[in-house]
Design a protein around this ligand. Structure first.
Ligand code: ACO
Length: 369
């Protein structure tokens, strides 16, 4: 049987954008600790840093806010496109298809920061429109709200968001926006390396993000905690899952074999936000039990809490519906994807790895071409 490597340890790019230091549990965006960025700055500042390589001055920040706002338009074309999609198309596939369909002469190769900003502004609009469509609720009136996280929450509920919710969602978006050559960013770079276009690269990344081993995990965390139900049942429920050979969603990471710094930061955000929330209390307890049981069932694999575990807690605390967890992760990671596509375009060579053929060979007489 062919050996499965998952490309572990393979270096496929050099990047100035982000460092994922698994050994020391560090995540760095262009020289800044992601945790500090999440605590001291908002979504816009961190996005600016990833796209332009430095934190914005006040005027640059204002300009970015204006550009993001200009991208947040439900155009007649977009509305028609979304209305035409079958009601049971999963939201991630709706996003993927809409991003691909909105390609035109203004999005052609080479990719630009302007295209990246427009697309980043647009994703929450697609998510929120589809959400209202599925629930039969009204698309809200226009608002003057400029802050990205606040605007997204407004679009979902039609009401101004609580400042604590905005802060928490903004911190989540910052911590989720970049993570080295993860599966979806790699997919984006592969497509970009063919000199296709930014939208095609992002559509491919969204396809990769949908999978439960990547961006699909936080909804799995909610299901896991719902199945556990109470603190008293945590040990039995988690043990049963491990006995059946199931994976515990929200645990384990390819790179982090120590703490996932994003999980640490989000744990703090969730605690500040939710205080004595019983659901968060259950999450904290389940984490402790799960880490102990994983050490028992999978000794030496160093399976710790990953970003998705506390992302689920923060999302619930800001009243984000579970079906929007992965799309919201997507609305954050689009910043990292587009930054990587821009970097790839700056010094491009087409990705073309090799495979090792392990199948049978034709009989000697048929071997020639
Ligand atoms: N629960 C139970 N066992 C696990 C888990 C888990 N969450 N994660 C890994 N393992 C076990 C595997 O069964 C395997 O055991 P074995 O050695 O007996 O075969 C061993 O640990 C190593 O697992 P791999 O699959 O080789 O680890 P890999 O690095 O390929 O996978 C991954 C990383 C996909 C994140 C994995 O840990 C997993 O499936 N976790 C659950 C899903 C999840 O939370 N995904 C979100 C990741 S974060 C993100 O994408 C933003």
């Amino acid at each position: 049987m062919a050996k499965v490597t998952g490309l572990e340890g393979v270096v496929a790019a050099e990047t100035d954008i982000g460092l994922v230091d698994g050994a020391q549990g560090r995540l760095v965006y262009r020289g800044y600790a992601a945790r500090e960025l999440a605590i001291r700055y908002g979504f816009e500042e961190a996005a600016y840093l990833l796209w332009y390589g430095e934190l914005p001055e006040r005027k640059q920040l204002e300009e970015l806010r204006e550009k993001l706002a200009a991208g947040r338009v439900l155009t007649p074309d977009l509305r028609r496109l979304l209305d035409a999609m079958p009601p049971n198309t999963p939201l991630m596939n709706v996003l993927e298809a809409a991003v691909a369909a909105l390609t035109d002469e203004t999005t052609a190769w080479p990719p630009t920061v302007e295209q990246a900003i427009r697309l980043t502004g647009l994703l929450p609009v697609i998510i929120a429109y589809r959400h209202h469509q599925s629930n039969g609720t009204a698309w809200p009136e226009e608002t003057q709200e400029k802050e990205h996280a606040a605007h997204y929450l407004y679009l979902l509920t039609g009401r101004p968001a609580q400042p604590a919710h905005v802060r928490a969602l903004s911190a989540y978006l910052v911590l989720a926006m970049e993570h080295g050559l993860n599966a979806s960013t790699f997919a984006a770079r592969v497509v970009a390396s063919t000199e296709s276009d930014l939208h095609s690269a992002v559509a491919a990344a969204i396809g990769a993000m949908k999978g439960p081993l990547h961006g699909g995990a936080p909804a799995g965390v909610v299901r896991l905690l719902e199945e556990i139900g109470t603190k008293e049942r945590a040990e039995t429920a988690l043990r049963e899952k491990l006995e059946r050979g199931e994976r515990l969603m929200g645990f384990g990471h390819r790179v982090y074999k120590t703490l996932d710094p994003r999980a640490e930061a989000l744990r703090a955000v969730a605690a500040e936000l939710a205080g004595d929330d019983p659901w968060l209390d259950l999450a904290r307890h389940a984490e402790l039990v799960a880490v102990r049981l994983l050490e028992e069932y999978k000794p030496g694999r160093k399976l710790r809490t990953n970003v998705e575990f506390y992302a689920a807690a923060v999302m619930r605390a800001v009243r984000m519906p579970a079906e929007l967890f992965t799309p919201t992760f997507t609305a954050a990671r689009v910043v990292g994807w587009t930054a990587h596509v821009l970097e790839q375009a700056g010094h491009n060579r087409i990705f073309r790895p090799q495979s090792v053929y392990t199948g049978p060979m034709p009989a000697e007489a048929d071997a020639g071409e």
